[in-house]
Design a protein around this ligand. Sequence first.
Ligand SMILES: [Zn+2]
Length: 139
Amino acid sequence: MGRKKGINKVNHIPEFFGYKPVGKNNIQTGEVDFYFEEYEAMYYVDYMRMNYDEAARAMGMSKSAFGRLIIKARNKVATAFVESRAINCVVGEIYSDERILECTNCYFKFIANKDSIHVESCPVCGKTKFEDIIKPIVK
Ligand SMILES: [Zn+2]
């Protein structure tokens, strides 16, 4: 399987556009761009409590590359907390086993249900037009 360097496998994506600290005006403090692959790294290690080897394997990358990715991800979350910044979720350089759709109305991104051919509506705005932004890998 030929795969471009620096492209990471992501099978879970955030179910939100981002986070904002309560009581802060983020026009002044700014945002932190948090990539889907950084979310995936934290999902495996910090949420699912996998070790680096398992997580690196799940993301199709080397343990050292995974180590750099998880440090970057944690640093971004820490930066958002310490500097009262909002977190903005960004797609990044990814591929997936899943079909990832983007709503053409509100630009929310979500994983299409594998079991149904038709996606009924956007989970955020309820509209019914989507674009495939990530197509699943054909094995
Ligand atoms: Zn939508």
